[in-house]
Write a protein that binds this ligand. Structure first.
Ligand code: SF4
Length: 278
């Protein structure tokens, strides 16, 4: 299926490089879209993922992210205009095709990115439409713009996958360009609302593997009371080609993926606080 400008709505995976798909759109149109949420910007839809939430997922990959994580494997999603424009009605129709299958496979819709909350009005509308058709809903976010969603809007989300990158704030700023505080504040708010949450933690040798730092995240997450699981995701180099193609300096060329023992050690730190970690 194609978007209005002939670009395929679906991609095989988010690792497909996509740039400049909305580059010719007038600035006023972009601003109106962001304000109303009637139109959003997507890198792609992918289907049949078992890695982005419970069961089989359709994933809408949004564009736009204000962070600059050194290990980001989708830097083409940083820029809103790298995505193709799509109306919320069209995106809903795309999802409707998979509705029955998603239910049978205990799956649903995940909105990831980029950071979906850069397009909070569009995301809210798409989540509401999914919720209304009985599809399980999930967002994957860094939480920085969590305050943009009202409690009523959060009620249309069944699960939040929150990325916590590192605990120490100076390290977090070096790693992502932003403070961790707003992420933690969003986590506390989700806990107060008893919103089911998964924590996603990317293990990067030399950057995020300090056991003391991981222990702080673990203690924080365990105390929240709403964290159903922690996913320790080993750093990989699959997105490196995107940095090279886009022409952004990449600092992690020499960093190797952590081995299974290192991943297990990190999981053990989370488990020692009573959390389920995998
Ligand atoms: S928050 Fe996610 S999309 Fe944004 S830079 Fe970091 S890893 Fe990439």
């Amino acid at each position: 299926m194609e978007a209005d400008n002939g670009i395929s709505i679906e991609s095989k995976s988010p690792f497909e490089l996509r740039v400049n798909l909305a580059k010719d759109l007038p600035e006023t149109t972009v601003k109106e879209a962001l304000a109303s949420g009637d139109m959003g910007f997507l890198h792609s839809f992918t289907t049949g993922s078992y890695l982005d939430g419970p069961g089989a997922r359709v994933v809408a990959w949004t564009t736009g992210c204000g962070w600059r994580c050194q290990y980001c494997h989708n830097p083409d999603t940083w820029t809103l205009r790298n995505g193709f424009p799509i109306s919320v009605g069209r995106a809903t129709e795309e999802l409707r095709k998979y509705r029955q299958g998603l239910k049978k496979m205990s799956g649903g819709l995940t909105i990831s990115g980029g950071d979906p909350l850069m397009q909070d009005r569009f995301v809210v509308k798409l989540l509401a439409a999914a919720h209304a058709m009985g599809v399980h809903t999930c967002i994957e976010t860094n939480g920085y713009f969590g305050e943009r969603l009202s409690d009523a809007e959060l009620a249309t989300i069944d699960l939040v996958m929150l990325g916590i990158k590192t605990w120490d704030d100076e390290r977090h700023i070096r790693l992502t360009g932003r403070s961790v505080e707003k992420t933690l504040a969003f986590a506390r708010r989700l806990a107060a609302l008893k919103k089911p949450m998964w924590v996603r933690f990317v293990l990067v040798p030399g950057l995020t593997d300090d056991p003391e730092d991981i222990a702080h995240i673990a203690q924080f997450a365990a105390a929240l009371g709403n964290v159903e699981r922690v996913e320790v995701l080993p750093f990989h180099q699959m997105g490196r080609f995107k940095w090279e193609k886009i022409g952004i300096p990449y600092a992690l060329e020499a960093v190797e993926a952590p081995g299974p023992e290192a991943v297990e050690r990190a999981c053990e730190i989370f488990r020692s606080t009573g959390l389920k970690a995998l």
